[in-house]
Ligand binder design. Sequence first.
Ligand SMILES: *[C@@H]1O[C@H](CO)[C@@H](O)[C@H](O)[C@H]1NC(C)=O
Ligand SMILES: *[C@@H]1O[C@H](CO)[C@@H](O)[C@H](O)[C@H]1NC(C)=O
Ligand SMILES: *[C@@H]1O[C@H](CO)[C@@H](O)[C@H](O)[C@H]1NC(C)=O
Ligand SMILES: *[C@@H]1O[C@H](CO)[C@@H](O)[C@H](O)[C@H]1NC(C)=O
Ligand SMILES: *[C@@H]1O[C@H](CO)[C@@H](O)[C@H](O)[C@H]1NC(C)=O
Length: 385
Amino acid sequence: MKGICRFFQRFLHLILWLAGLTLIGYFQYYATEDIKPSKICQPITEVMFLKTHKTGSSTILNILYRFTEKHNLTMALPYGNEPHLGYPDSFHISYVEEFKTLGKKFNIMGNHLRFNWQQVRRIMPNNTFYFSILRHPALLLESSYVYFKNYAPAFRKSKDINDFLSSPWSYYNMTEKNNMHAKNNMWFDFGYNNNAEYDESYIQFVLNNIEEIFHLILIADFFDESMILLKDFLCWDLDDVIYFKMNARSQQTIQTLNPENKEKVKEWCALDWELYKHFNKSFWMKIQERMDLKTLYKEVELLQKRQNELMETCLLEETAIENHQIKDKNMKPFQGNTHIMGYNLKEDLDNKTLNICKKMTMPELQYTAHLYNSQFPFKKKKIFK
Ligand SMILES: *[C@@H]1O[C@H](CO)[C@@H](O)[C@H](O)[C@H]1NC(C)=O
Ligand SMILES: *[C@@H]1O[C@H](CO)[C@@H](O)[C@H](O)[C@H]1NC(C)=O
Ligand SMILES: *[C@@H]1O[C@H](CO)[C@@H](O)[C@H](O)[C@H]1NC(C)=O
Ligand SMILES: *[C@@H]1O[C@H](CO)[C@@H](O)[C@H](O)[C@H]1NC(C)=O
Ligand SMILES: *[C@@H]1O[C@H](CO)[C@@H](O)[C@H](O)[C@H]1NC(C)=O
């Protein structure tokens, strides 16, 4: 009798033990499910983007404009009929339309400005997410050269980019207006002195400052990877960061830097070169912290697939076209000093699709005017020039 009792006791213990294990496993399973960030994060709606020049930043501004409309947010737009927030002056809140009534209630800010943290923080909420984008200085200088050829005196005086770089000091005068596009333009856009001497402790000081304020610095040379990292930081949907390239130049306008001059840019724009090297490194570190490379490239593939789908849906020619081929004159982009490409939409799109396609292809100045008019209906209608 005693033996049978002991047997049942053991049997009961075994059952309880197994049940316990199952329960623990069950809770552990759900606990690990729970910590996946995609399930618990909320999309960030307070965002400040420092729009640097010739870095693919118009494409990002289009993404921000679309997000603003989708979520009915308020954008800190340039005052009056201006295209920029006071650039190249150091930013001041009075460059923003309705800064007195809407200050600290703005959600998104992203038009060109020269960064000034003390002023920007006066109008953006305290929990704002700050980000920007950098590009390899040699590619950037070539792009600036073509785009600002007649605008920056240093470029105007030289024959082509290789001529300019063969003896930059004979063309460059730091006191002449608009020459920031010819030397350390990114350094300048972040609010620092683009003519400062190369000095390691000064450079380290600036890099530290930027790191303290900006949560994320993207790299234009890895644009799709940048969009995936941005989406991950902001907890946005993939569709929010799908883009058609905006403000891209026609291939025929691209000048080729000879290898020697490509190296020379690293000295001529030494401050930008340090900036770029530093944040290229931290860009890849941030990717490693948040996802593995396999996930990154899987998501990049998804992004490109969705991008191709949308291009097929929206575009008449399936790609960007020359300005003179654009049929709707309201969809022609501002040309700068070069040939900026644009898009034709298919004609038989239903209203909902048409609206999506139109917003993805609307040039920057037109979209700025459109947002301005819908945000300030009581003001004089803004027109793009
Ligand atoms: C958008 O915001 C405005 C003002 O904040 C509000 O009056 C309006 O109802 C909102 N519209 C939608 C669709 O959420
Ligand atoms: C935002 O920051 C400013 C300056 O640091 C501070 O005075 C203000 O109380 C903060 N506002 C909120 C809502 O935290
Ligand atoms: C540089 O520009 C300033 C102001 O535009 C001018 O006064 C000065 O003579 C120029 N320097 C040279 C070396 O050309
Ligand atoms: C940027 O980072 C990538 C990945 O680590 C590396 O391959 C590349 O050489 C870096 N570029 C520069 C200019 O440092
Ligand atoms: C589509 O848009 C046009 C012009 O805005 C409008 O006249 C038409 O009624 C819309 N059609 C539908 C089905 O909403």
